[in-house]
Write a protein that binds this ligand. Structure first.
Ligand code: SAM
Length: 208
């Protein structure tokens, strides 16, 4: 088995979010990114229905479940397996595939979250382009399942195509912005697209 690079173990030992995630029984340090985005933007109200794309190992789903409470609903999707989490429904599938789109057809969500990461090549332009493609797939799916005034949140590896992505999302939402939560490592290019106030087809001027 390949040894984990020593740098990673040292980084983890000094990473307050990693230690806090372990202490608080969270599934991943990524949980803190959603907690911080929630604090700032109030993305997920009590009672909401949430679709969490790229959900494994479940850090965001766990936070979403706590936020929505008993009246709410959380559906997690990932192409990888997902250790069962009480109160969270899981669909295994690939975002961007017609099979997943068909499975979710007819469902409605107040918030669609995507923390999906592409497989990393190490080449910055390639990884940026792959990340943009993933966000486009998540956005396309979100447009079919969001409730009017709903919210879309997606991780993107920032780069020269981010601006195009914002332009593509803007017509569908009242506000679209970018945010980097404190728990996101400074040296990482990841940033979150926050789109709020989904305009239903009728308010976009498109016949339903
Ligand atoms: C950074 S992890 C998500 C961490 C998660 N938000 C948490 O808090 O535990 C990224 C996930 O995206 C998933 N992923 C990447 N591309 C995907 C796709 N096209 N469809 C479904 N899942 C995808 C990966 O399998 C991986 O589990």
């Amino acid at each position: 088995m390949r040894a984990v690079p020593r740098r990673w173990t040292q980084e983890r030992r000094h990473d307050p979010y990693y230690r806090a995630a372990q202490r608080e029984g969270l599934r991943s340090r990524a949980s803190f990114k959603l907690i911080q985005l929630q604090d700032r933007f109030h993305l997920i109200p009590v009672g909401a229905s949430v679709l969490d794309l790229g959900a494994s190992p479940g850090g965001w789903s766990l936070v979403a479940r706590e936020l929505v409470g008993k009246e709410g609903r959380v559906t997690a999707v990932d192409q990888r397996s997902f250790e069962p989490l009480e109160g969270v429904e899981f669909f295994r599938g690939r975002v961007g595939s017609p099979e997943l789109a068909a499975r979710l057809a007819g469902h409605r969500y107040d918030a669609v979250l995507s923390d999906m990461s592409p497989s990393i090549s190490g080449n910055y332009s390639t990884d940026h382009a792959r990340s943009i493609d993933l966000v486009r797939s998540a956005l396309a799916l979100a447009l079919t399942v969001l409730e009017p005034r709903g919210t879309f949140v997606a991780k993107v590896f920032d780069g020269d195509m981010t601006r195009d992505l914002l332009h593509e999302a803007r017509p569908f939402f009242l506000t679209v912005t970018l945010s980097k939560p404190g728990a996101s490592r400074g040296r990482s290019s990841e940033i979150y697209l926050i789109a709020r106030g989904f305009r239903s087809r009728s308010t976009q001027g498109v016949e339903a």
